[in-house]
Design a protein around this ligand. Structure first.
Ligand code: PXG
Length: 440
């Protein structure tokens, strides 16, 4: 095969989370991107309605980030991650803890959201062990939760399709009930009114397993992949209280909510609830270079510092933890966020966004609309025998109409870059309205 045919042969690449046959029969290919828009290989503009995969929070082709990567490549392309350091990793950790409230003041670097989750789960179990509570090994997740695709995250996760093909998963995991679907909450603006008592489900699991066996509870403050499920008022605070009562660590998975999505730097600030560990990725580097970061409370980091001083305290890490190129991209990203006020800009956009999105109430097949910060979702009723049919049709039609979204089942989700202006929101809602109206 010559080079040109190799480039155009779609067969060899087994694509992630993709309908291979549908895609390869009619591929969607991007050629370039700038700020709010992609350009397709056939020259069309597509508005990035979901920050690509909830990660390009500052939009595309941002000069600070591009420059930082260019410069870093010629200066220090790689440096070993274990037992040796380089300045940018320390600088980045310091910048990050300065953004995070409370005493979440230590950072462990990973390369993705999935790895951040594995890291946090391992930290939680090991933390109890180093404190002499080695019986605390159980992990609690939540139905409809998404914590990546590795074994730990998949096990605490609660999306059936992501779990059912992969055996018995990690042992000793249980799940809280999800908070989706109370009809009294349909078309809520922001946090829904009803359902705080669903947090008491944690008490049920404590009764069942005994607190002495439970290491941690992990939740997304706002469930993203599960369909933009916003927590009922007071829910996260109550989870925190129950965890405290029973010595259970609380982990917030902020892979989506982190770095400004809700109008505060983190959901920790937005909800005023301080967990013990926070997992992040995506917006950390604006999606440009893979990187994740786990924030840990000082008490957790310090608990590990025992034994002979030359012994490794936590046997965990990745070849690319704190990779110099990723650190440079993250620093360029934080510069961009700070210079342009992007970590709080969603708060300014939220009222306009909320009003625009909820104008679709009453549109064909729309059974719910949910929003918080600069996230929103429109849920369509499912065709009885074919759930996901309407959602996927909407995805394809929106793409054809020049708008990128994500769908989960029959829920269409949006989280545009935080640099969006009102005209982008107007285009998004108008296009969405037209497409919804065209779906049977
Ligand atoms: N935790 C959460 C809360 C996530 O949303 C991960 C962990 C895993 O991150 P990595 O970097 O390993 O993919 C995620 C990822 C979607 C969508 O459209 C969401 C994610 C990824 C791709 C698509 O719902 N979230």
């Amino acid at each position: 095969m010559d080079r040109e045919s190799q480039k155009n042969d779609l067969e060899a690449y087994w694509m992630p989370f993709t309908a291979q046959r549908q895609f390869k029969a009619s591929p969607r290919l991007f050629a370039s991107a700038d700020r709010m828009y992609f350009k397709t290989t056939d020259g069309r503009d597509v508005l990035d309605g979901v920050s690509s995969m909830w990660c390009c929070n500052a939009g595309h082709n941002r000069p600070r980030i591009v420059e930082a990567i260019r410069k870093q490549a010629g200066e220090l392309d790689y440096s070993p991650a274990f037992q040796i350091g380089h300045h940018k990793a320390f600088e980045l950790a310091n910048r990050l803890v300065a953004l995070m409230p409370g005493t979440l003041n230590h950072v462990f670097f990973t390369n993705s959201g999935s790895e951040s989750v594995e890291t946090a789960l391992k930290m939680a179990i090991a933390y109890h062990r180093v404190r002499g509570e080695g019986s605390r090994v159980r992990l609690i997740g939540r139905e409809k939760g998404y914590h990546g695709v590795n074994f730990g995250g998949m096990s605490v996760g609660g999306m059936v399709a992501n779990r059912k093909m992969f055996g018995t998963l990690v042992a000793g995991v249980d799940h809280l009930r999800h908070t989706h679907g109370d009809p009294r909450n349909f078309f809520s603006k922001g946090e829904p009114e009803y359902g705080v008592e669903l947090a008491d489900d944690l008490e049920r699991l404590v009764q069942l397993h005994d607190a002495s066996t439970i290491a941690a509870v992990i939740v997304e403050p706002v469930q993203g992949s599960g369909g933009v499920i916003v927590p009922p008022k007071g829910y996260l605070k109550r989870l925190r209280e129950i965890c405290d009562r029973h010595g259970i660590l609380l982990i917030f998975d902020e892979v989506i909510t982190g770095y400004g999505r809700l109008g505060k730097p983190f959901a920790v600030d937005y909800f005023g609830v301080e967990p013990d560990l926070v997992t992040t990725a995506k917006g950390l580097t604006n999606g440009v270079i893979p990187m994740g970061a786990v924030f840990a409370q000082a008490k957790i980091y310090e608990a590990f510092l025992q034994g002979p001083p030359n012994a490794i305290e936590f046997f965990h890490g990745y070849t690319y933890s704190g990779n110099p190129m990723a650190c440079a991209a993250a620093l360029g990203t934080l510069d961009t966020y700070e210079e342009e006020g992007l970590l709080t800009r969603a708060a300014t956009l939220a009222p306009y966004w909320e009003k625009a999105l909820h104008s679709l109430k009453g549109a064909r097949n729309v059974i719910d609309i949910r929003n918080i910060g600069f996230i929103g979702a429109v849920e369509l009723s499912s065709v009885a025998s074919e759930p996901t049919k309407r959602g996927f049709e909407a995805y394809l039609k929106l793409y054809e109409a020049g708008l990128l979204c994500r769908t989960t089942g029959d829920t269409i989700a949006f989280a545009p870059p935080l640099i969006a202006e009102h005209k982008h929101i107007d285009f998004l809602v108008e296009t969405l309205g037209k497409v919804i109206a065209s779906i049977d």
